[in-house]
Design a protein around this ligand. Structure first.
Ligand code: HEM
Length: 227
């Protein structure tokens, strides 16, 4: 009988772990996006939402620990699979002609690394205030959190808004391919589901892209201003 630990360490188990952690991380990305879209409802809506999250206290730290664990599992299993793939083919192809693989699938590792770099930058930006002290000071100037002012000030700087948009494009490509491969990983791929899975991946990627890009774009265009 295969024990659970051995199963998860096997190549299929690692893929399964990557898929499950990926789906849960996607859940966070969508929930975070829906919360952030309150930017369009004005500062009261976004600020009181951010304050409610901040007031969760210990529960917030449990959620953060869960999120961090998912990230470690997702990145860890991706690294392990990449290592296994390389070991299975120590001599690279003389001429590499990808057959039936999309641009997104060939660049999963690269887009993953850039998304990870974005998340680190994003935390230093909005959570720790290390890269844009002026925006961060705006959020903590009054009695309650003023996240709306912080986000608007950040995205009024073209270089910040554009780098967010670029990161969102790569995140969406990563998600589109990840969702598209999910069925295969779970062993549900048939001729019929393959096409539906690809379409679902592209749809989810497009929703994440449009929702997230709308915020820096709206601020940059002046549609969403200060208080
Ligand atoms: C335009 C898009 C986005 C905006 C406007 C935005 C905004 C914010 C803000 C304002 C915070 C700080 C909240 C606070 O400290 O009160 C935050 C935290 C965070 N964001 Fe984003 N975010 C965006 C996209 C993303 C994406 C795409 C990801 C993941 C891929 C992400 C991951 C996180 C994480 C992990 C935190 C820390 C949560 C915590 O521990 O409190 N964000 N975001």
């Amino acid at each position: 009988m295969i024990r659970l630990g051995d199963g998860l360490r096997s190549s299929i188990g690692t893929k399964f772990l990557m898929a499950v952690s990926g789906v849960l991380l996607l859940g966070f990305v969508v929930a975070h996006m829906l919360g952030n879209l309150q930017l369009f409802l004005g500062h009261e809506a976004l600020d009181s939402y951010a304050q409610k999250i901040q007031d969760m206290g210990a529960l917030l730290w449990v959620a953060r620990a869960g999120l961090f664990t998912l990230l470690v599992l997702h990145v860890g299993s991706a690294l392990k699979l990449t290592r296994q793939n390389r070991a299975a083919r120590p001599i690279p192809y003389g001429v590499h002609k990808p057959f039936q693989s999309s641009y997104a699938s060939r660049t999963m590792v690269m887009s993953g690394v850039i998304v990870l770099a974005f998340v680190l930058y994003h935390l230093l930006h909005f959570t720790f205030g290390a890269v844009d002290a002026e925006s961060y000071a705006l959020a903590h100037a009054g009695a309650g959190l003023q996240v709306h002012a912080m986000v608007v000030h950040a995205f009024q700087q073209p270089i910040v808004a554009l780098s967010y948009m670029l990161a969102m494009a790569l995140l969406s490509l990563h998600i589109a391919h990840g969702v598209g491969s999910l069925f295969q990983t779970l062993g549900l791929n048939t001729q019929r589901t393959r096409c539906a899975a690809t379409r679902l991946g592209k749809g989810v990627g497009a929703v994440v892209f449009l929702g997230n890009v709308s915020m820096p774009l709206a601020v940059l265009a002046g549609w969403v201003g200060g208080n």
